[in-house]
Design a protein around this ligand. Structure first.
Ligand SMILES: N[C@@H](CCC(=O)N[C@@H](CS)C(=O)NCC(=O)O)C(=O)O
Length: 210
């Protein structure tokens, strides 16, 4: 049994989507970061970094950092990752690191300035919206003519898709990135993505671009 500590955010949904698609048994424990639950001593015993997601396996593993959790789950399930050390494995790692260092932190900054604190800094709004669009351009070029980031569905989708689901927060029109839009909507129709999106709480349907 696995215990996922999470909230209704992109980094949390990465893991619940992965767990659903992998068919692994888990319990989702809500950590309401809007009320400061990430600072509770009981949660800090699981993740001293004060952030969701965190995963505890009954085998004794306790992991934080969503990229590390995805790699752990791919290894545990034997699914959604190419064989270790192959060129495809490193292609997967390249996209996972791209998400963890760019298409996550930069979009998070865009959310801070464009969605949660609009009007505070024109400079910052432009800087992070421009960077969000640059990153979508990279993803769009890669996905043009392909169904998935790798040859098949992989943990790269679990890492990247939940951030694209916040397109409204970073003020990106998916119609400007047609290959990303097709990929996004195809994944949004998967029952595993829908179940994972609704964890640890169901806050409404997956957003769809007009
Ligand atoms: N690099 C971390 C980032 C985790 C993260 O930023 N989590 C956010 C929610 S998406 C959080 O817990 N924020 C609460 C806070 O910063 O106090 C990961 O990928 O797991």
């Amino acid at each position: 049994m696995l215990t996922l500590y999470s909230w209704t955010t992109p980094n949390g949904r990465k893991i619940s989507i992965a767990l659903e698609e992998m068919g692994l048994d888990y319990t989702a424990v809500p950590i309401d970061i809007t009320k400061g639950a990430q600072h509770d001593p009981a949660f800090l015993a699981v993740n001293p970094n004060h952030k969701i997601p965190a995963l505890v396996d009954e085998t004794g593993a306790a992991i934080n950092e969503s990229g590390a959790i995805l790699l752990y789950l791919a290894e545990k399930s034997g699914k959604f990752a190419p064989a270790h050390g192959t060129p495809d494995y490193w292609e997967m790692m390249r996209w996972l690191m791209w998400q963890m260092s760019g298409f996550g932190p930069m979009l998070g900054q865009a959310h801070h300035f464009l969605h949660y604190n609009p009007g505070l800094s024109d400079y910052s709004e432009k800087r992070y919206n421009d960077e969000a669009k640059r990153l979508y351009g990279i993803l769009n070029a890669h996905l043009t003519g392909r169904d998935y980031i790798l040859d098949d569905l992989s943990i790269c989708e679990f890492a990247i898709w939940p951030w694209a689901a916040r397109f409204d927060y970073h003020k990106v029109d998916l119609n400007d990135f047609p290959a990303v839009k097709d990929w996004y909507l195809r994944l949004a129709d998967r029952p595993g993505f829908q179940r994972g999106y609704a964890q640890p709480l169901d806050v409404g349907p997956i957003p769809r671009p007009e």
